[in-house]
Design a protein around this ligand. Sequence first.
Ligand SMILES: C[S@@+](CC[C@H](N)C(=O)[O-])C[C@H]1O[C@@H](n2cnc3c(N)ncnc32)[C@H](O)[C@@H]1O
Length: 277
Amino acid sequence: MSRRIKFNQRLFDLPPLRGLGRSIHSRRATRQVRFQSTATRFFRNLKQFEALQGPLAQFVDGQAPLRILVAGCSFGCEAYSLAGYLAVEFPQVQWTIDAFDIAQPAVAVAQRAVYGPRHGLAEPLESTARRYADRLFERKGEERTIVPDIRKRVEVSHGDLLADDFTAKHCYDLVLAQNFLVHMNKQDATEAFARIVAAAKPGGAIFVGGMDLDTKVELIKSHHLTPVDWEIETIHDSDEMRRSAWPWGYWTLEPLDRSRSDFTARYSTIFRTCSGE
Ligand SMILES: C[S@@+](CC[C@H](N)C(=O)[O-])C[C@H]1O[C@@H](n2cnc3c(N)ncnc32)[C@H](O)[C@@H]1O
């Protein structure tokens, strides 16, 4: 199955079939019913985190504690993956992660912090992920549990980014809100995006892989965000879960189009908020 999907992805990446891929996708995007999903995976896009060793290095210089928000955390895989990454790469930095999700059963899994294949821990892990996994988990039989020193720095709660009482304002250095805006209608995605931007400190960074690309370009402009122009192609192609299903689902990810004048805003997944200076 996965070989067929990969073949499919390559097929629609071929220049003569790109137009067909785009037209299949645009029909799906108009006709398919949007639905939220808790699908997630540990170490889903490690290359994206590596921006902390590149253009976002100022956040991990140890001068101040790093505060991170992960919205739509599902089973917690993304939040704990980032936690494992930080623990290995920046052991001297103080950091905390607040994570929340609207789906109570997913929150319960994230709070329990015990994992197997049903909740995003696919084995074997790729070699780059293994060193972070070794720091992140302790093994008990078939299950893996997040180690206590990391677990206590990740606060998981139930919450709705679109709720009237969502109030996070300018509190976080990094805000991750990935792979759920794509499942919202444009009005909700626009409101959710405004809240994500507002939750970040001035000069902070938001990670927003997994949203409709046209909507993203519009919102980047209206919120005066700056795209982080770093390893865009590698990060894009590492989004295996969405790239591999192109063009069949509204939520899938197109091949990069280098000829686009909005290339950086469209394909970057990391953006800086105005510094307010
Ligand atoms: C596909 S999962 C992605 C999980 C993780 N962010 C990742 O990228 O792997 C999307 C999650 O967003 C959650 N979600 C959707 N709408 C939300 C909202 N308004 N507030 C909080 N979480 C939401 C869903 O319940 C789901 O668990």
